[in-house]
Design a protein. Structure first.
Length: 428
């Protein structure tokens, strides 16, 4: 109070001191980054000189930022990713900071990060997704479509790129069709007044005359008037359309028997798969797809339920008990003699532990994006049940929320095992 500062309440019983006269919006922004000088000061102020120390710092910054992204705490996540980029220029880091800035509504800066990620790694498909997102928010729909289409070329099996690219092109066409604000409205010419129709007697006279003419012509040719209305009689007395062509016996003999035949089971069995993947029918090596979603969901459930991790000093054993909300798909694609194993899943894992001297604890870990290109680096959301004792928080933060030790590395090992088994199905 002697320094003329105000106290702003923050989470977890902490306070941030701000200067008098700061507006409410600025206070809220400062509250969002209150951990800069507190919980994350150890990594934000660190400056290791050796390569090993720098790698460890980047890994810790990424781990904390992922947890903050899951909690939608974008301001601090942006700061942690920015610190990581000061240590190491990396395409995924730029892509992740683009996601954080997108969440903050900083679409221009998010686009800049996405473009930088593409410059560093033109094969990084997620960067094109981030670019498309930012361009769409900036109403640059054609650039968004081009970004999604470039990502689709890198991942032709990814249906999301195709749908977003189509949507962006439609939005671009709609925007082009709409008049600009400076364009004057089009002039509408007045329609000329219609002329009154002629009297009824005048209109009907030509029609009646034409009808009489047709009847007279039919009488001259020896035909009935009804024969001129698009129907005729066949040789067997049936009435059919005038344009129906009657086939004589000679034509039928030339055509032969065209009666549909029943398909029997005497056909040759389907040939086995070609060596190197793909069906024997696909000799040209064109696109072929095999749906593995059912197998993948069953195998993931078997592998991820019952994962255990023993805590140090006999504190207890962490264990996953159930998998919920398992969504996604898996497929094997073969094109031009090349095989790709693709999967994209999200799920929620329930876990529990009986901590010594504390009691039972339980909660969930949500995996939002499990794909082959994650390479063990997954975005997770950590939640603790409300009945869990508060004093267990420290242990759970260290061994459940932490991505470098405890339960999450054990789960990552099971996902890696699933990926190896999935790729081995090529031999089946």
């Amino acid at each position: 109070a002697q320094l003329g500062l105000n106290a702003c309440s923050c989470r977890e019983g902490e306070y941030l001191l701000v200067a008098p006269g700061v507006e409410a919006a600025s206070m809220e922004s400062l509250t969002g980054v209150k951990a800069f000088g507190n919980a994350h000061a150890d990594v934000l102020e660190a400056s290791p000189q050796d390569e090993q120390g720098q790698e460890a710092l980047v890994a810790e910054l990424k781990s904390r930022a992922r947890a903050l992204m899951a909690d939608k705490n974008y301001p601090i996540a942006e700061a942690l990713y920015s610190k990581a980029l000061e240590v190491k220029a990396d395409a995924p880091l730029h892509g992740n900071r683009s996601a954080a800035r997108f969440g903050l509504g900083k679409f221009e800066e998010a686009l800049g990060d996405a473009v930088k990620a593409i410059e560093l790694d033109p094969g990084y498909s997620k960067a094109f997704y981030r670019k498309g997102q930012a361009c769409s928010k900036l109403k640059r729909h054609m650039e968004a479509a081009e970004a999604y289409e470039a990502g689709s070329k890198l991942e032709p099996e990814n249906k999301l790129f195709k749908s977003l690219g189509t949507k962006a092109r439609k939005e671009a066409a709609t925007a082009a069709a709409e008049p600009s604000e400076d364009e004057p409205p089009p002039l509408v010419e007045k329609a000329a007044p219609r002329k009154p129709p002629p009297p009824a007697a005048t209109r009907s006279a030509p029609a009646a005359s034409a009808s009489v003419d047709r009847a007279d012509g039919a009488a001259e040719e020896g035909l009935k008037a009804n024969d001129l209305r698009g129907y005729k009689k066949t040789s067997d007395g049936r009435t059919t359309t005038f344009f129906n062509r009657e086939i004589d016996e000679q034509a039928k003999a030339l055509i032969g028997d065209i009666t549909p035949q029943r398909v029997t089971n005497d056909a040759d069995p389907a040939p086995a798969a070609r060596e190197g993947g793909g069906s024997a029918w696909n000799k040209a090596g064109t696109w072929e797809e095999r749906n593995m979603t059912s197998w993948a969901k069953t195998r993931l459930t078997e592998l991820l339920v019952g994962v255990q991790c023993t805590l140090p000093e006999d504190m207890g054993v962490l264990e996953t008990t159930k998998i919920k909300d398992l969504e996604g798909d898996a497929q094997i694609t073969m094109i031009r003699q090349k095989t790709k194993f693709l999967f994209d899943f999200s799920f929620k894992l329930s876990w529990k532990v009986e901590l010594r001297d504390v009691g039972p604890c339980k909660g969930t870990l949500t995996y939002q994006d499990v794909t082959p290109d994650c390479e063990g680096d997954f975005e997770t959301q950590f939640q603790v049940d409300r009945d869990t004792p508060p004093r267990a928080r420290g242990v759970l933060e260290a061994f459940v929320r932490n991505t470098t030790q405890g339960l999450q590395p054990a789960i990552a090992g099971r996902i890696e095992q699933f990926q190896k088994e999935f790729m081995a199905t090529k031999k089946d």
